[in-house]
Design a protein around this ligand. Structure first.
Ligand SMILES: [Zn+2]
Length: 148
């Protein structure tokens, strides 16, 4: 009689472990990319590189230092400096991603693409599809973020 709640409890525990396995925490490493997937993600990486480098070139204009001698009002000058600051930060982010994307293209050309730099397991299609410049699998990335 008294055993029923316990069974319920372990069923709930099993369900929660299964859910975590689904989330990839304890799952087997993902499959290696197929040839077709490498070609597909390679094309996306190159498109992304072109897009990022175009955005970087566009943004360079806005990120230029504000000319403090230019004849604009004080408030507009503060605005201009803030805008320039934001543009500069967005340039940094663009540049970092562009570097990561170019490095991914190099790995692709060296036939060394899609493996985690930490554990050497395949990173997996699902993750690379979202972030093709990824260098670590989701498990290692999660661990690293948790360890700070
Ligand atoms: Zn890993």
């Amino acid at each position: 009689m008294g055993a029923a709640p316990l069974m319920l409890c372990s069923a709930a525990l099993a369900a929660s472990i299964a859910a975590r396995q689904d989330a990839g925490m304890f799952a087997e490493p993902p499959e290696e990319l197929t040839e077709a997937q490498v070609v597909e993600i390679g094309a996306e990486l190159r498109a992304l590189r072109d897009e990022l480098s175009a955005a970087f070139t566009d943004g360079a204009e806005h990120a230029k230092p504000v000319d403090l001698d230019s004849p604009i009002g004080r408030v507009s000058r503060i605005d201009a400096i803030q805008m320039q600051q934001m543009a500069k930060e967005s340039q940094y982010r663009l540049r970092d991603r562009l570097i990561a994307v170019k490095a991914a293209i190099e790995r692709l050309e060296d036939d060394d693409y899609g493996f985690c730099i930490v554990c050497d397991d395949p990173i997996g299609y699902a993750r690379l599809k979202v972030a093709p410049e990824s260098v670590a699998c989701i498990r290692c990335k999660t661990l690293r973020e948790r360890d700070g």
